[in-house]
Design a protein around this ligand. Structure first.
Ligand code: SF4
Length: 254
């Protein structure tokens, strides 16, 4: 699998090469390198850039297959889904949110994120616990129940993603073709939203997920562990913020 990867220039490149070469690092095995959360940030920046480059060609590919991409800014239907992230992704977002340029956004996000966590209780985390142990059927059922609650992601403002430059991989991958009419979950079932299906893109997505899981292990965590976005970012902010620095705002602008 690693045959097409360039020779590593440093030990972070070597880590990436190892994680992509050995699928077990995305399952139960943990890479022995003691990696710090900040070291994951440039790896994710490269991954996101590679994805965005690949995704630029999807509209043309869809057209060649007789379809069109139905996703557009302002749709946000998939932002009602349970968005699951790794610790590295949450840390990357938290670092970005702590930049002075994001002060106002952070003040709006914090109360919305806490409200989202309060509203979902433990159910979102419980759904992801089933994902972690490979209990796919229960996970999918609980994920659908979550989507039916239509709890908009606390990052979304007026149909737009406010974390767009650092949004997690799961928010970059899905591309729905032809119509978004079937994106909303229905309790009685019905037509499924049709995602673009292109082997090279799917292979990229699989390898990207493998890398994310492997990085979890390199951070000393369970490779398949995922957390709801709001909870994960709140925890990452807490971990980064000294007790004497106030990151909240009393004024809820949301
Ligand atoms: S992070 Fe952004 S793209 Fe992802 S669900 Fe939230 S608002 Fe939507």
């Amino acid at each position: 699998m690693a045959a097409d990867l360039p020779e590593p220039a440093n030990d972070l490149d070597e880590l990436v090469r190892d994680l992509l070469a050995e699928p077990a690092y995305a399952q139960t095995r943990r890479h022995p390198r003691k990696t710090q959360p900040d070291e994951v940030i440039p790896i994710l920046e490269d991954l996101y850039a590679a994805h965005d480059q690949a995704a630029r060609h999807l509209p043309v590919l869809a057209e060649k297959m007789g379809h069109s991409i139905a996703c557009f800014k302002g749709c946000s239907e998939c932002c009602n889904e349970l968005v699951a992230v790794t610790h590295g992704e949450a840390h990357t977002i938290a670092r970005w949110l702590l930049e002075p340029a994001q002060d106002a956004l952070r003040a709006r996000f914090l109360p919305r994120a806490r409200a989202w966590v309060d509203a979902t209780g433990a159910s979102a985390t419980r759904a992801l616990d089933h994902l972690e142990v490979g209990n796919q059927e229960t996970y999918l059922r609980l994920r659908k129940e979550h989507a039916l609650q239509r709890l908009m992601c606390p990052v979304n403002e007026e149909g737009a993603c406010t974390f767009y430059p650092v949004r997690p991989l799961i928010c970059r991958l899905p591309y729905i073709v032809d119509t978004s009419e079937h994106c909303a979950p229905r309790p009685e079932g019905g037509a499924q939203a049709q995602q673009i299906s292109f082997p090279a893109y799917e292979q990229f997505a699989d390898r990207a997920r493998q890398l994310l899981s492997g990085l979890q292990g390199a951070l000393g965590r369970e490779p398949r562990e995922r957390l709801p976005l709001a909870r994960a970012v709140l925890e990452a902010l807490d971990a980064l913020t000294p007790a004497d620095v106030v990151v909240d705002s009393d004024s809820d602008e949301a």
